[in-house]
Design a protein. Structure first.
Length: 397
């Protein structure tokens, strides 16, 4: 470790030393040199020697000035001449290659990556820890992570997280030509979230997220579609005609979708006790994002929905068990029986479109369905007419 004297002490230490150096012819000659003692480095004295006092003073000043660019002059002084030359070479090379980052920043980044490689784990192990962080109540989120990140993790299972590159991710995504641009974007977003988690300092499996700035594919957005009032009436007529145990649960779920605008996942998680018909209120039991700290919601049951809920045998609906796939299958059977062509997410899209058209108050609609202005305009609102909205909410039992 170096121990550098203050400059004033080094200047005060300058003294003249005389040496009698013999020549080849047997004679001797006296030489003078002026020496400054600047401290120690690695147990050795740091001395500056010149042929005159003036030159020695100038050299001392120049040497101390060279240390000012370093935060720790003792550390700077501990560098060997070779290390100084290497540093000078690197700085010159950076300038030649027009690299604007400082040598310090480059070394910091290198060390950070080196530490990450030492702390890193396999993609398989990282995914297991990532998935485990989601709670049991986060059913929908866990399903999305499982369907979108688990396959990526399986593809690079034994590769270290710190070795995953942006090209690896891009090749994986592009390896599914059957995916639409929206599916490509959605999968990329989930993988990006996983790698963000890996790059957190508390984990340190990689020094940075390699796809932090990866851009979405361009998506040709189509205008949202909703069902016509005529088709919705046919659908509800078919549900009422159903025989067997599924009739009441189907009618309940269809009502929550078409006349309350609830999401499919929210409907699946909805608790019966939170459908308070007598009080005219529905509390969404587990709203989207609520398990991750989002805000849930409650809303006044729209009159049309209230009328349909009153004809549902809630006890029978409560006793009926129906999986998501079973519900989708039965719903398709109802659509086919009604001979209608329903757009995707018909219930939520139709409710939002017609509710805005009927009341002319988008903020109220957004509060009921739990969405924002941009999402409503981009994905849900089909810009229905007021007349069609009156017909839609006149669909009563």
């Amino acid at each position: 470790m170096a121990k550098i004297k203050p400059k004033f002490a080094a200047l005060a230490s300058i003294k003249c030393e005389r040496q009698n150096i013999p020549a080849k012819d047997g004679t001797a000659r006296w030489y003078e040199r002026w020496v400054a003692d600047c401290g120690t480095s690695g147990g050795k004295r740091i001395r500056i020697a010149k042929s005159s006092k003036e030159e020695c003073v100038r050299s001392v000043n120049e040497w101390y000035a060279s240390l000012k660019g370093f935060g720790d002059r003792n550390l700077a002084a501990s560098l060997t001449p070779t290390e100084f030359r290497e540093a000078a070479y690197v700085v010159a090379l950076l300038k030649e290659m027009h690299v604007t980052a400082s040598l310090k920043d480059i070394v910091d980044e290198y060390v950070l990556k080196h530490r990450a490689s030492e702390k890193s784990v396999s993609v398989r192990e990282a995914y297991g820890r990532y998935f485990a962080k989601f709670g049991d109540q986060q059913v929908a989120q866990k399903e999305f992570v499982r369907s979108r990140v688990a396959k990526f993790a399986a593809r690079f299972a034994d590769k270290m997280v710190c070795d995953i590159t942006a090209q690896d991710v891009k090749d994986y995504l592009d390896g599914h030509p059957e995916w639409s641009a929206s599916t490509w974007n959605g999968t990329m977003d989930y993988i990006k979230a996983f790698l963000n988690w890996c790059a957190k300092r508390s984990n340190g499996y990689c020094s940075e997220n390699p796809i932090a700035d990866m851009e979405h594919k361009a998506v040709m957005r189509e205008r949202p579609r909703c069902a016509t009032p005529e088709d919705v009436r046919k659908v509800f007529d078919e549900v009422r005609k159903m025989d067997g145990k599924y009739r009441d649960l189907m009618l309940l779920r269809m009502t929550l979708a078409f006349f309350c605008g609830m999401r499919s996942g929210e409907i699946e998680r909805q608790k019966f006790e939170d459908i308070m018909i007598g009080e005219g209120t529905i509390v969404v039991s587990e709203a989207k994002g609520e398990q991750s700290g989002g805000v849930g919601r409650a809303f006044k049951i729209p009159d049309t929905a209230l009328a349909w809920l009153k004809v549902v045998d809630m006890d029978k609906a409560r006793e009926t068990v129906m999986s998501r796939n079973s519900y989708i299958r039965w719903r398709k059977m109802v659509y086919d029986a009604a001979n209608v062509d329903m757009p995707d997410n018909a219930g939520r899209h139709s409710f939002v479109s017609y509710h805005v058209a009927l009341h002319g108050n988008p903020r109220m609609t957004e509060g009921i369905v739990g969405t924002g202005d941009t999402m409503r305009k981009r994905h849900y609102d089909a810009r229905a007419t007021h007349k069609a909205a009156e017909e839609y909410f006149a669909i009563l039992p």
